[in-house]
Ligand binder design. Sequence first.
Ligand code: CA
Length: 222
Amino acid sequence: MRLLLVEDNVPLADELLAGLQRQGYAVDWLADGRDAAYQGRSEPYDLIILDLGLPGLPGLEVLAQWRAAALAIPVLILTARDSWAERIEGLKAGADDYLSKPFHPEELYLRIQALLRRSHGQANQPTLQAAGLHLDEGRQCVLREGAEIQLTAAEFRLLRYFMLHPEQILSKSHLAEHLYDGETERDSNVLEVHVNHLRRKLGRSVIETRRGQGYRFGATPA
Ligand code: CA
């Protein structure tokens, strides 16, 4: 999953970037509201974390522009501590959730997980579930019929994306856009290698190849 972090406090942004990357997210970071208003619309993000006090353009204005442009991506706003007025204004402008500063990173991670599941029509259960698999996002491993299967960081990122999009045909370029940040070079051969590793661990039928179209996860065999 690819996230946009909009935060002008550099030490906080650095800390969040590192933490979110450890959670297996591809993250682009911006500090300026005007840049965010544009990039949030032009890149295919899965979720946006938006600070409200920003140079260039206030966060509330950025959010209002996105929603006016019918951008449906989940947005979590970061608000000043104890400012109920900011939280209400944020929710009115179209935020899906908020977190007051200072916060514990673990709370941010859990809220992101919940928002992503909800926005993909999945219940917020202790694990992400699809095709008989349970993905433990905290421990980055998969459980099937009680057995635990270990994953590398790259396999975890890919499997989480598949499990949030079961039975959908996903092209390699689409997957690459959602698994890598804007700075990382995208190599579809690498993606193929990770798909094959997942098949070796979870069974060939878990990910189907659609020639010329891409991959399909969790399809019931015909
Ligand atoms: Ca700020």
